[in-house]
Write a protein that binds this ligand. Structure first.
Ligand code: ATP
Ligand code: MG
Length: 416
């Protein structure tokens, strides 16, 4: 069978499922052929809590995407997030086998960097090279063919709970889909919204979702820090429902229509109609009151992100500032509030370099799905050239992540 060039990204979010299919263009862009959405009813804080519900929701998004693109979808690149994700920096070193560094030497160096004691119930999701050192010379991004005796590598390792990944795979399989790869959601989003210059200079990506806020920090084109915080836009909605005594679905509507994360941006004479619980007639309230509730929760979320970044020790290297994406970043005033809290320039990140049906996918809440598609496109292009697995962060490198292959055995063998 001829392998299709179509790649599909599937973002199983806490509040929505988004499936995007597309293919690469000659000039490093992506043509979007179709998109499918569904609300998400089987997820909590970025993790599957009901396989049945999630499978049904995926199926809904799948039918929509297939209809729009006019083709059948069989396999997907899927995202992973949630509080079970943890990451750390590590290093490994090997003696170079011949006169110059080979792909196998790089592979062995990466294996030693990843050979850390990881509990039985966890697995490595990504081993992301940051820098290679050949003898005393550091800051090497591609050591292949370089002369030397000793090869060292610094990496960022992301691990996750095996059970969480297996639940994602099960939900996909139950919708008739096989999983090509599992990718950290913040890495995927960064792929869709960051520019090469930002990644080179140093940048912080914050994906504000419904149930989680995902962080990824890049310096010198390498990922230095990733983190997942179990708070997101759903909490803003819950606060509005409690604070204004209105049903949750109405609170969500009010948030989408009138909310603002900066009270000072709302005029004192702006009023909104708030539906009451039960049969009582709606109340008229100051829009500033709604903004106060939103600002308080958004401040809390962004302050937690800021604390996490300060603790990582890399925040001051993010010269290009902060890029906010995800549905939670679409609240008015988010950029301004972020600049205050992070004390860095901030912008809202929209998926970039898209063609075809780009308007349907160029929204911050599609960043993860589009990023998963970009990941798949890069990976398949590199595999086509070398026939080997590649690393997300370094698609041009000539090495295979044997670990990833064995990880996949573990992900899939137990899934029936
Ligand atoms: N225009 C908007 N204004 C304010 N909030 C918005 C807007 N659009 C979407 N949101 C909020 O964004 C959140 C959903 O974002 P997103 O779709 O990125 O999350 P998700 O991927 O489902 O969840 P997660 O990534 O946490 O698993 C919801 O809380 C939603 O209310
Ligand atoms: Mg998300």
């Amino acid at each position: 069978m001829v392998k299709s060039d179509i790649v599909v990204g599937l973002d199983i979010g806490t509040t929505k499922i988004c499936m995007v299919l597309g293919e690469a263009t000659a000039n490093d862009g992506i043509i979007i052929h179709g998109i499918g959405h569904s609300s998400s009813t089987g997820m909590r804080k970025g993790m599957v809590v009901s396989i049945d519900n999630t499978a049904r929701d995926i199926h809904h998004a799948l039918a929509e995407a297939e209809l729009m693109a006019g083709r059948e979808i069989r396999s997907v690149y899927v995202g992973i997030a949630g509080s079970h994700i943890s990451s750390f920096n590590s290093e490994g070193a090997v003696r170079i086998s011949g006169d110059a560094v080979t792909g196998r030497d790089i592979e062995r160096a990466l294996e030693t960097a990843g050979a850390k004691a990881i509990p039985q119930d966890r697995e490595i999701i990504h081993t992301l090279p940051q820098e290679y050192i050949v003898d005393e010379q550091g800051d090497i991004s591609d050591p292949l063919g370089m002369a030397g005796v000793r090869l060292e590598v610094k990496v960022h390792i992301v691990t996750g709970a095996v059970a969480s990944a297996q639940n994602i795979v099960r939900a996909c399989q139950r919708s008739g889909l096989s999983v090509e790869d599992i990718v950290l959601e913040s890495l995927a989003s960064s792929k869709a919204v960051l520019t090469d210059e930002e990644r080179e200079l140093g940048v912080i990506l914050v994906d504000l979702g419904g149930g989680t806020s995902d962080i990824a920090l890049f310096v010198n084109n390498a990922i230095k820090h990733t983190s997942v915080i179990s708070l997101g836009g759903q909490y803003v909605t819950k606060d509005i429902a409690h604070g204004l005594r209105t049903p949750v679905d109405r609170a969500e509507e009010l948030k989408l229509k009138y909310s603002c994360a900066m009270v000072d941006m709302v005029l004192p004479d702006e009023f909104i109609e708030v539906p009451e619980v039960g049969d009582r007639s709606p109340r008229r309230l100051s829009r500033r009151m709604l903004a106060e509730i939103c600002q308080a929760r958004m401040e809390e979320i962004l302050a937690m992100v800021n604390q996490d970044l300060i603790k990582s020790g890399y925040k001051n290297q993010a010269v290009a500032g902060v890029v906010l994406t995800g549905g939670g970043s679409m609240i008015a005033g988010c950029q301004e509030l972020s600049e205050q809290i992070f004390e860095l320039p901030a912008r809202i990140g929209y998926p970039r370099n898209l063609g075809g049906l780009k308007n349907v996918a160029a929204s911050p809440d599609c960043a993860t799905a589009v990023g998963l598609l970009c990941y798949g496109v890069e990976k398949e292009a590199a595999e086509g050239r070398s026939g080997r697995k590649i690393d997300f962060n370094n698609p041009q490198k000539d090495f295979s992540l044997g670990e990833i292959l064995s990880r996949f055995k573990k992900w899939f063998t137990d899934v029936r």
